[in-house]
Design a protein around this ligand. Sequence first.
Ligand code: PLP
Length: 457
Amino acid sequence: MSGTETSRLLEKDRRYVWHAMGGYAPDGPSPMVAVRGEGVWIFDSDENRYLDGMSGLWCVNAGYGREELARAAYEQLRELPYYPLTKSHPPAIELGERLSEWLDGDYVFFYSNSGSEANETAFKIARQYHDQNGEPDRWKIISRYRAYHGQTSGALAATGQAQRKYRYEPLSPGFLHVPPPDSYRRPEGMSLEEYGRECAGYIEQVIQWELPETVAAVIMEPIITGGGILIPPDGYMPLVREVCDRYGVLLIVDEVICGFGRTGSRFGHQHYGVEPDIVTMAKGITSAYFPLSATAVSRRIYESFSAGEEYARLRHVNTFGGHPGGCAVALKNLQIMEEEGLVARSAEVGGGLLEKLSRLKAHPRVGDVRGRGLLIGIELVEDKTSKKPADAGSIASIIARCKQRGLLIGNNSDTVAGFNNVLTLAPPLTLSEREADFIAEVLTESIELEEGEGEDV
Ligand code: PLP
């Protein structure tokens, strides 16, 4: 594309597009206009090439430019472009079976279009389940501070990031928050095992204080992603499962980012050996080639929604949820991931990349480098003793320096005041060793460069 064409697009962009997380800024910087993708690489309208270290928004798991995925959508749209799931169609049926295999459990699937909707569906199911099980007062939902669960009213209420909620409140009532496991900032001298117990204890305490008979569910990501890549101690999730069981509370696991190989297992919770009651998934389910999400519900819960009784059915419908095109793309995506061993690749290449990046821990401003599979966070601090989070300006400079060198990375922006100091990486799972080396080199150079150098961006 020519420079003139880019200018023309940007002029219209300024006039017609309200960007995510953005506002009116007539003199602000222009956004990058992405025009093409190939593997882990994205090309902008000026033919600049960038390694997409964030897979868009943590979602292009199988990488860009997959002819087979485009073809799967095309062929399905020619055959049957749409039909609602008040009835059924083959791709939704086949996909349910495949997802159940991937989950290694006995689940039934309600399809929607986005992670937010998958979580909203989970909340309705949890509340109705208790209501018709003779416990109508169980409607409260517990989640963790710093976690993101979506932008709709209930999903945002579940979100523990005040900066995403400010000026939109009050949201849906009945959502409570507890501190997340933040292993890097755990009390000095406390072992990871003790800390995992302490953090699971926060959930138990809130259940007790709120009265267990009023609590419907706990929702959590296996690893907090957008909130700063917070990896829990290994014992934490099994303990949360035990707490939920002890008080009759359902465990909803949000796999919107952690699912589909991101952390080096098919789903993140599989690292921890727990069996959720409900699992929500989106993003990587189609590697983002089509909007699709699913709420996986254990058969035991599903079977209590007796279709024979007037109000015991799930009275919940989503026009485009389970779109045949999306389900066909998801099926092909799962096939690709299996044939190319992308889950194992995530563990392997991610492990290697983490090791290379861990050398950065010697840098005075790098507090922590942590990750699982191809989900990696680098926490920057003012100094290692106080662990005071690095300021937004220095985070932005590093991100800009990476971009200048052809690498797109992210950070946990607009989450909790003062704690937006974690650089994030979640590249496509097709990342090669050489591409991983490129990420490590560029990131290391961009962090090590003294502030002020290379700031012409
Ligand atoms: N849950 C998690 C963990 C997410 O990261 C996101 C989005 O980033 C969502 C839910 C919401 O998904 P969506 O943006 O598709 O509504």
